[in-house]
Design a protein around this ligand. Structure first.
Ligand SMILES: [Zn+2]
Length: 180
C-alpha cells in the first residue's frame, strides 16, 4: 500500500523533503514517458532571444516579470528551501518551477530566468529516453541555452550596448592619453 505523503515525510527536514519530492516527480515523469504517452505542447522556442515576454531583450527583467510570466503560462511556482538552486519539471502536463527561497537579489533572478529558459526551450523533450552518453551532451547544451536566457534577462541588448560603448570610450581615452 502506498504510504500517505505526510507519513513519508514525517521527521524529514525541508531539504530532505524537497529531495524526496524531486525523486518522486522524476520517477512519475519517467513512468509517464516510458508508457509512450505524449504531452501536448505549444511550439518550443528555439532561440533564447525569442522569449514571449513583454520587453524581452529590450529592458532588464525583474522578479515581477518572472512572476507574471509564470502566471500567464500557468506554471506552478514553488519557493522553498532546496538542496539545489532551482528546477523546472513537468508532471502530467503541469509545468513546475522550483526556486530555492534562500536565494537573494541577482542570484535569485538568474536562477528564476534560467529555469524559465528550460521551460520555454526544453519543455516536452524526451530527455529520459535518450542513451546515457547522448543525454549528458544534450543536458550540457540545455544548460548553456538556459544560461543564455538568464544572461539576456539581466543584460538585454540596450544595456549591453551601453556597457560596451562606455568601456570602449574608456579604452579610447587611455590610448589617446598615452599618445599625447
Ligand atoms: Zn539548468
Amino acid at each position: 500500500m502506498e504510504k500517505r505523503a505526510d507519513q513519508k515525510t514525517k521527521g524529514l527536514t525541508d531539504v530532505q523533503k524537497a529531495a524526496l519530492v524531486k525523486r518522486q516527480l522524476k520517477a512519475q515523469d519517467h513512468k509517464f514517458r516510458s508508457q509512450g504517452k505524449t504531452i501536448e505542447w505549444s511550439p518550443r522556442i528555439t532561440s533564447p532571444y525569442d522569449l514571449p515576454i513583454p520587453g524581452w531583450n529590450e529592458r532588464r527583467m525583474t522578479l515581477r516579470d518572472f512572476r507574471l510570466t509564470c502566471e500567464r503560462e500557468k506554471i506552478v511556482l514553488l519557493q522553498l528551501p532546496l538542496p539545489y538552486r532551482g528546477l523546472c519539471l513537468t508532471c502530467h502536463d503541469v509545468p513546475t518551477i522550483w526556486i530555492d527561497s534562500t536565494l537573494r537579489g541577482v542570484e535569485r533572478l538568474q536562477v528564476a530566468f534560467h529555469e524559465l529558459g528550460h521551460y520555454f526551450m526544453h519543455k516536452g523533450l524526451p530527455l529520459m529516453l535518450m542513451s546515457e552518453k547522448e543525454t549528458d551532451a544534450v543536458r550540457d547544451w540545455y544548460e548553456v541555452q538556459a544560461d543564455a536566457v538568464s544572461i539576456i534577462a539581466l543584460s538585454p541588448r540596450p544595456q549591453l550596448s551601453k556597457a560596451m560603448r562606455k568601456h570602449a570610450n574608456r579604452v579610447r581615452k587611455t590610448q589617446t592619453n598615452r599618445s599625447e
